[in-house]
Design a protein around this ligand. Structure first.
Ligand code: ZN
Length: 263
């Protein structure tokens, strides 16, 4: 009788253990960021066309939170100018009910983003990057947008609307234009996230950002204090140093780290 129980327990453990290790393995793989990566973790996949010849930007928005067409047109233009995608860059818009309409943290953005992704970020010869436009605000409500991993961004339109001052200089639309391109700049590894620039253009007080207020990567772009720094005209372009960094990463003269894929 006793022996029988032991055998059953043993069998049970044998049966359960592969399932356990499978789940834990998958989870820790994710936790280590080996699947999600860090912002900039797919920079080379974007700058190089030896494997990924086309790109899709997936835009998932809560009803009423569709991005301005001026924002997404500019985004396509900027990505076309730096990413090497001979088969083109396509934007796909999907109205989505995100359930959470309140307060978001980075984990919420990542989890929701991955639930809604239509493809793995690297699928066949296509690279998929995604931006969600949810209702609600980031836990630090001075944040207008965040890049949470190698392929996932969130833009907080409610906070962008709040950042517009009564003169509408700059307008919420212009702020959104710049914030959207700024966050995609983080997916491109700007500034110094997955490399070290030969130029001294990272803001020492705001790591990962430009010290040039004429660059879209200027730190104040994604902050609700944006209207204190700019009067109407906001940068929507990468500056010469940002572009030189991307060029150096593309041609291999600047070493790129933390990549989910390398040519
Ligand atoms: Zn930023």
């Amino acid at each position: 009788m006793e022996k029988g129980v032991r055998i059953s327990l043993g069998m049970l453990i044998v049966l359960i253990s592969p399932m356990l290790s499978g789940c834990i393995g998958t989870d820790s793989f994710t936790d280590l960021g080996l699947r999600h990566g860090i912002p900039g973790g797919l920079t080379l996949a974007c700058l190089d066309d030896s494997t990924y010849t086309s790109m899709v930007i997936e835009i998932d928005y809560e009803p009423g939170y569709q991005p301005e067409s001026s924002s997404t047109d500019l985004l396509k233009e900027r990505l076309d100018s730096v990413c090497k995608k001979p088969q083109g860059i396509e934007l796909i818009f999907t109205e989505t009910d995100f359930v959470n309409e309140d307060i978001w943290d980075a984990n919420d953005v990542r989890a929701t983003g991955w639930e809604e992704k239509s493809h793995d970020p690297r699928d066949g010869s296509t690279l998929y990057w995604q931006v969600i436009f949810p209702a609600g605000v980031y836990e630090d409500d001075s944040v207008l947008g965040v890049a949470v991993d190698a392929s996932t961004i969130s833009i907080f339109k409610d906070s962008i609307d709040d950042a517009e001052n009564f003169l509408r200089r700059p307008s919420a639309e212009k702020i959104e234009n710049s914030v959207l391109i700024h966050e995609f700049g983080h997916l491109l590894g700007l500034v110094n996230t997955v490399y070290t620039s030969p130029e001294d253009h990272e803001d020492s007080e705001h790591p990962g950002h430009s010290n040039n207020e004429d660059s879209v990567m200027y730190w104040a772009i994604e902050s609700s204090s944006i209207a204190n720094f700019f009067d109407n005209e906001l940068p929507t372009e990468f500056d010469i140093d940002d572009k030189k960094d991307l060029q150096g990463l593309a041609d291999g003269t600047i070493t790129c780290t933390d990549q989910l894929w390398k040519p």
